[in-house]
Design a protein around this ligand. Structure first.
Ligand SMILES: [Zn+2]
Length: 379
């Protein structure tokens, strides 16, 4: 049992958060054998990244001038890794995420070494939804904080392939996650009667407003990845249009080849792009897209995503905003926070980062371990 003492809890004020057996046991005034001093810090639910290809972590920053077409045609085919390299790459990506306060990630698996990916996710300490093929999903063994989902590629597949993947996921009680880019993909799935709250889509830049309403009506999740979509030519992010359609968009890092590894940049890019379009979006509520709305989009809405008694204790303490009146804190974080403000991170009640330092992993060492992989692929 531990208590996070005296932090600012948005919507509550200064309060203690009691953690017991991995669960948020109370928000109020408590004492416990172990205490984390949160004086001057903001207590937030851990961030939920609903779409990331963790295996690409070694290639961080390499795609600043890459279009999606060139990436798919020329870079992705060169991403041939041994199982040991996959393990090291995914571990690096997951630890980078934890360092940034991302406590849950939907990792879109690389496909070649599912067991190595699962081992790395488990070893990292992050909560992960591991997207694998429908074939792999049928023999997937959930372990610890790592559960499976069906990753159904999307536009490259036929409707029959998508339907088969969705049927497999439903038989296993898993979420199906799918890339969509072009207009008409959602309508085809809707016409086939396949939409439902267990489906999670990514990008959707060219989806029509009618299609976005179909997703809202069916309770589907939708994730925008604004920096990557802006950098690689996917088209304008769908974030604001999905909000206007009545939806609750989620956010994902997607790839660190041209986006930073944290959710601050995702929130900020969504805010900037929508305000440029003329949508009078308030900053503070974007925290929900990166936490509770994200959790709901990938089937974990009852488990994590908010500071609520009974939910799993995935918690982030953010520094640098203790001077603000309470009503400005959330917006201030969205507008200006960064990874260096992430002081302490708990996943499932376990402290993985404390006072700015990762407890279980050495990020520099993990980067060094895959430097040769990046050099080989990028040569
Ligand atoms: Zn993707």
């Amino acid at each position: 049992m531990l208590v996070i003492k005296g932090g600012h809890v948005p919507g509550v004020g200064v309060a203690d958060v009691l953690v017991s057996d991995g669960v948020i046991a109370g928000i109020g005034s408590f004492s416990a054998p172990e205490a984390i001093d949160a004086d001057g810090l903001v207590v937030l639910p851990g961030f939920v990244d609903t779409h990331r290809h963790l295996v690409q972590a070694p290639m961080r920053g390499s795609g600043a001038d890459l279009s999606l077409g060139v990436f798919m045609a020329e870079v992705l085919p060169r991403l041939v890794l041994s199982p040991a390299e996959v393990r090291a790459a995914v571990l690096l990506g997951a630890v980078e995420a934890l360092n940034a306060g991302v406590t849950t990630v939907l990792d879109w698996g690389h496909g070649s070494a599912v067991e190595a990916e699962a081992e790395a996710l488990l070893a990292s300490g992050i909560r992960a939804v591991h997207g694998v093929s429908s074939l792999e999903a049928q023999r997937y063994a959930a372990a610890g904080l790592v559960t499976g989902a069906v990753a159904s590629f999307g536009p490259m597949l036929s409707l029959e392939d998508n339907a088969r993947d969705i049927a497999v996921a439903r038989s296993l009680g898993m979420v199906t996650t799918m890339h969509i880019t072009e207009a008409g993909a959602v309508a085809r799935l809707a016409d086939a009667g396949l939409l439902g709250p267990d489906l999670h889509f990514v990008h959707g830049n060219a989806a029509t407003d009618d299609e976005l309403r179909m997703l809202v009506d069916a309770g589907c999740g939708l994730t925008a990845t604004p920096p990557v979509e802006s950098m690689m030519g996917h088209g304008a992010p769908v974030f604001g249009r999905f909000l206007s359609a009545g939806g609750a968009p989620a956010l994902g890092v997607d790839v660190v080849i041209n986006s930073s590894a944290d959710m601050f940049e995702q929130m900020r890019a969504a805010l900037w792009l929508e305000r440029l379009r003329g949508l009078p979006l308030a900053a503070g509520p974007l925290l929900r897209a990166a936490s509770s709305d994200g959790a709901r989009a990938i089937g974990l809405g009852d488990v994590v995503g908010s500071l609520q008694v009974g939910k799993r204790a995935d918690i982030v303490l953010v520094d640098g905003f203790g001077h603000l009146p309470p009503d400005l804190v959330a917006g201030g974080i969205v507008a200006t926070a960064g990874v260096s403000d992430v002081r302490t991170v708990l996943v499932d009640g376990r402290v993985v980062k404390r006072d700015g330092l990762l407890l279980d992993h050495d990020l520099s060492g993990l980067r060094a371990a895959v430097a040769d992989v990046a050099r080989r692929i990028l040569a």
